[in-house]
Design a protein around this ligand. Structure first.
Ligand code: C2O
Length: 358
């Protein structure tokens, strides 16, 4: 049976999993979404002929774009906390799905937690999460073409924290004080970061990054399971190690970026370094846009074996979100495989790691 988030979002409980120091969780562990009505979520139908949203590479974004993006985030931050579109509620989605807010009652296992990480749910869940987040931001600034930027960490031109996220002395809505202060530009991002700086020169770090990208995208991800992660179906317990099988990108560059950005002085490496707090940093969504882009690139390589899972346990797995109209909707993995139908794409960027086989 496929995993399904509960119809009754009011059954969500305070987060308790995956925290080093729950007592010092500065962002708070009350992660449940606001309940606006007792109606069940409706099955979401992708809009027909959607306006195409093209996500730009953050390092090449125009001033005009940056102004718009910041205005959208500011508008989100201006909403009352209890609004399902508010910056806090959007961040809490990640906490609820990843730190034990939900259980598997919908599929008959009320005593088992729901977890979308370290499983084959990782890519589709985050794709949907960004999909609605982007539509909400677009709606807030009245721009149906608005698209999130992506942090192009797989290209040397994008291997620093994108400049727009730094504090500029003025109020910058996409700045987050809970980041590792030693990893601001010009520090080069490390695709293989595991908690300690490599100390490599700029040139060496870039080439190490490119080889690791090749490894995680090609050598170590020859088939569905190695790329997407382990099967995870109703009744599987995420607290049991056996079910924690992350795909190559999730375990690799994805986690490395979370750790590299999170503030090591914080008890739970807030914000980016913990599931419960990651969504409070606007960079989270920009990081995940590139993770999502890796899914597209991996598939577009057209290599035999580079296909999405075909089992109904994956296709019919589902999550519940508030859409841009504050409507509670249920979305399925099966509707996440076609980016064109979802109405967005990525601005092209060179993929130099394709030549970095080692
Ligand atoms: Cu849901 Cu980058 O983690």
């Amino acid at each position: 049976t496929p995993i399904a988030a509960p119809d009754n979002i009011s059954d969500c409980v305070t987060a308790s999993s995956n925290l080093q120091n729950a007592n010092d969780a500065v962002r708070g562990l009350a992660c449940c979404p606001p309940v606006l009505s007792t109606d069940k979520p409706k099955d979401y139908v992708l809009p027909t002929n959607p306006v195409l949203r093209v996500r730009p590479a953050a390092q090449r974004a125009t001033d005009e774009y940056i102004v718009k993006y910041k205005a959208a985030i500011q508008a989100m931050k201006n909403l009352p906390d209890e609004h399902p579109h508010s910056w806090k509620q959007q961040a809490k989605i990640h906490c609820a799905y990843c730190n034990g807010g939900y259980n598997q009652e919908q599929s008959g296992f009320p005593d088992i937690q729901l977890q979308i990480h370290n499983t084959w749910l990782f890519f589709p869940f985050h794709r949907w999460y960004l999909y609605f987040y982007e539509r909400i931001l677009g709606k807030l600034i009245n721009d149906p073409t608005f698209a999130l930027p992506y942090w192009n960490w797989d290209n040397p031109t994008g291997m620093v924290l994108p400049a727009m996220f730094e504090t500029d002395g003025k109020r910058n809505p996409i700045f987050d004080p809970y980041r590792n202060a030693t990893h601001l530009p010009p520090a080069i991002f490390e695709v293989g970061y595991n908690g300690t700086d490599s100390g490599a020169t700029c040139i060496d770090q870039i080439s190490a990054n490119l080889s690791l990208m090749y490894k995680q995208m090609i050598t170590n991800a020859p088939d569905t399971t190695t790329f997407f992660g382990g099967e995870f179906v109703a009744g599987d317990d995420p607290l049991n190690k056996e079910f924690n099988v992350a795909g190559s990108i999730e375990a690799g560059v994805h986690t490395a970026a979370h750790r590299w950005v999170g503030d090591p002085r914080m008890a739970n490496s807030e914000d980016m370094g913990n599931f419960y707090s990651a969504g409070y940093d606007p960079l989270f969504y920009v990081h995940h846009a590139n993770v999502d882009r890796m899914w597209k690139i991996w598939k577009d390589l057209g290599i035999k074996g580079h296909t999405e899972p075909t089992s109904t346990d994956w296709l019919d797995a589902s999550y519940v979100f508030y859409d841009e109209n504050e409507e509670l909707v249920r979305v399925y993995n099966r509707d996440s495989v076609n980016m064109t139908a979802m109405g967005y794409d990525y601005e092209r960027s060179e993929i130099p790691w394709l030549h970095s086989r080692s």
